[in-house]
Design a protein around this ligand. Sequence first.
Ligand code: THU
Length: 134
Amino acid sequence: MEKRIVTDEMLIKKAIQAMKRSYSPYSQFAVGAALLSKSGKIYTGTNVENSSFGLTICAERSAIVSAVSGGDRTFDCLVVATNTETPSSPCGACRQVLVEFGDFRVILVNPRGARVDTSVSELMPYSFLLNQSK
Ligand code: THU
């Protein structure tokens, strides 16, 4: 089967759409994520808060959970969208979860066209992994 080409622009659009689906009544801080798997599929995620605040799941982890549940574990690119002046960067917990699935491009955006290009390894240097050889 032919693999469809997914452009950064398409992925950015998906992340902004996902941001608009955020369930964030407590922080009012909406985050959207769009994750492109190496198989060519796009998985989205948004932050889902809870009245027991610690149970909140971030957009990035929600996208990873969706992708792994859909059978994908290798990725080309993650876009994270926030409606902030400067695009927001993934929290420490999300960085650790991203590292679990290797190194890939990460693009941070806002809906007004601001864009920061980075990567998992740049966001999380000297990361902890269990399965490194001794
Ligand atoms: N949040 C994310 O979705 N991703 C991050 O990397 C940082 C924070 C969410 C969690 C919470 O719903 C809101 O943003 C404020 O912390």
